[in-house]
Design a protein around this ligand. Sequence first.
Ligand code: SF4
Length: 66
Amino acid sequence: MAYKIEQDMENCIGCGACVSICPENWEMNKDGKAKPKKIKISDKEFDKNKQAEEICPVNVIKIKKA
Ligand code: SF4
């Protein structure tokens, strides 16, 4: 199974929680917003990215089946 990450970057508040919990796939951009390094992720990468989705205080990360 593959998954696709959607992020409403406009509404990211730049708290950095996703980067802290999943540095493998999340980083801060120069505007102080988070962005995923990869949009398409595998099963293996799902759990950590799911934690990023769950920890985001403004729910702007959505992980969907690709
Ligand atoms: S956890 Fe959510 S609000 Fe915080 S930096 Fe990541 S995407 Fe932005």
